[in-house]
Design a protein around this ligand. Structure first.
Ligand code: PGA
Length: 250
């Protein structure tokens, strides 16, 4: 199983020129990478202009087409050769009121269109303080994946307090959460399907801590926000993951 390194550019950069420039720098500096899968997730409008690395979208609508002003459908993304789609990022949950029910509809729509969903889950700071992390994780998985029996899927554990704060999750704690995610998924999916699901970490990943989430916490990859906007930092993360060979995962 290849490790994944995913760049979530969020609402950046501000021009197509900058987007192409960042993309091409990453592509050039990572041309010798063989064992790590690199996925770039730019804003929708840059997708058709970026070629040569796998692409993902940051969200999608739950219908394929119709009178839904302003929405981007999973079918449109598929037709743009997009392979992945992030669903349920905490910023969408927070600023756009996306709940587990909406997220479930979007996951189903993505799967129906053969896109690989990257389902983001994670607890807020106050939930962590109240020791509700396990409960939140289980609820987000069970409700987000409701009525889905078979899926090519990525789960991203992103504790909300760790996103963009520099306050990344302790490796041991992250490993415990990874195990809870795995256990919860094993109640939803059969063994064959389970083996195909990757569980990744996100939240203040940088080139210093990146490889420990694979080595110590046994994640299958990383979702990188801030550090993916600087090509050198991002490529350092990719290279630190590429160096890790033959790590066995559960
Ligand atoms: P960050 O963002 O790496 O800037 O913390 C991660 C994310 O939101 O996916």
């Amino acid at each position: 199983m290849k490790n994944l390194v995913i760049a979530n550019w969020k609402c950046n950069p501000s021009s197509l020129k900058e987007a192409k420039n960042l993309f091409n720098l990453i592509k050039k500096q990572s041309k010798d990478i063989k064992k790590t899968e690199i996925i770039i997730v730019p804003p929708f409008i840059y997708l058709p202009f970026l070629k040569g690395l796998d692409l993902g979208a940051q969200d999608c609508f739950w219908e394929d087409k119709g009178a839904f002003t302003g929405e981007i459908s999973p079918l449109m993304l598929k037709n743009l050769s997009c392979k992945y789609v992030i669903i349920g990022h905490s910023e969408r949950r927070k600023y756009f009121n996306e709940n587990n029910e909406i997220i479930n509809k979007k996951i189903k729509a993505a799967l129906r269109n053969n896109l690989i969903p990257i389902l983001c889950i994670g607890e807020r700071e106050e939930e962590k303080k109240k020791k509700k992390t396990k409960k939140i994780i289980r609820e987000q998985l069970e409700n987000g994946l409701k009525d889905i029996k078979k899926a090519n899927l990525i789960i991203a554990y992103e504790p909300i307090w760790a996103i963009g704060t520099g306050n990344f999750c302790d490796f041991e704690i992250a490993k415990e959460i990874k195990n809870i995610i795995f256990e919860t998924l094993s109640k939803i999916f059969n063994k064959n399907n389970l083996e195909k699901i990757k569980i990744i970490y996100g939240g203040s990943v940088n080139f210093k801590n990146a490889s420990d989430y694979i080595k110590k916490s046994e994640f299958n990859g990383l979702l990188v926000g801030g550090a993916s906007l600087k090509s050198q930092d991002f490529v350092k993360i990719i290279k630190s993951i590429e160096k890790l060979n033959n790590i066995k995962f559960k």
